[in-house]
Design a binder for this molecule. Structure first.
Ligand code: G3P
Length: 224
């Protein structure tokens, strides 16, 4: 995925149930094309295959349970994600925590499958621990700011900078994203200034009255 980038996690908000997930993915595709900025989407699991096969922007899974195709009812597998045409997956989102051994196994599974791995974390120390598993990205999001109106970039820029600096020391090849409360172009601009390669967000676009306008505002924080 080209950077800087904006990753939109649709979560399971009412606003993206059924056909509305595809509508939002199409809006993201249009804004990405108009602005030239990378916008990746994480649709609900039940819409992943359809969206990954129909839009031209990067599509990621919101979660993965297991790295192999073992018979497990209701689980999301790495080979299953790969088969949809998605390019990668979030791992260990704040709303779907995993243990470190599982995170490592999923990161390895992504690497073997040629999928992008984005491990979500909640602070500097968990970010450093997760970075040692070798993902492509760490997305650091303080849980108390998720879904709120204050961006991590203004509430606690130090935690973002600390994550960027710490990871550059322990695993310099791992890139850093941040999120939680991100809503404006200024939030994105500051995230990049702090050394991240982009943002992971949800409510600022999914729950906006005009998601396209919200996305364009976010993109304004990235100078091309
Ligand atoms: O996955 C992104 C998320 O946890 C941040 O959510 O609503 O604060 O942008 P939000």
């Amino acid at each position: 995925m080209d950077e800087p980038l904006i990753i939109l996690n649709f979560k399971t908000y009412r606003e993206v149930e059924g056909a509305r997930a595809m509508e939002l993915a199409r809006i993201c595709e249009r804004v990405a094309s108009e602005t030239g900025i990378t916008i990746a989407v994480c649709p609900p699991a039940i819409e992943l295959s359809r969206i990954a096969s129909e839009v031209e922007i990067p599509v990621l899974s919101q979660h993965a349970d297991i790295s192999r195709s073992d018979p497990r009812t209701g689980s999301v597998t790495i080979p299953g994600i790969k088969a949809t045409g998605a390019v990668g997956t979030l791992i260990n989102h704040s709303e779907r925590r995993l243990n470190l051994a599982d995170i490592e196994d999923l990161v390895r599974g992504c690497r073997e499958a040629g999928l992008v791995s984005i491990v979500c974390t909640n602070n500097v120390s968990t970010s450093l621990a997760a970075a040692l598993t070798g993902p492509d990205y760490i997305a650091m999001e303080p849980p108390e700011l998720i879904g709120g109106d204050i961006s991590v970039t203004s509430a606690d820029p130090g935690i973002v900078k600390g994550t960027v600096v710490g990871i550059s020391r322990v695993s310099p090849e791992v890139k850093v994203l941040t999120g939680a409360g991100v809503k404006t172009g200024e939030d994105v601009r500051v995230a990049l200034e702090l050394g991240t390669v982009g943002v992971l967000l949800a409510s600022g676009v999914v729950k906006a009255s005009d998601p396209g306008k919200a996305l364009i505002s976010l993109c304004s924080g990235i100078s091309k």
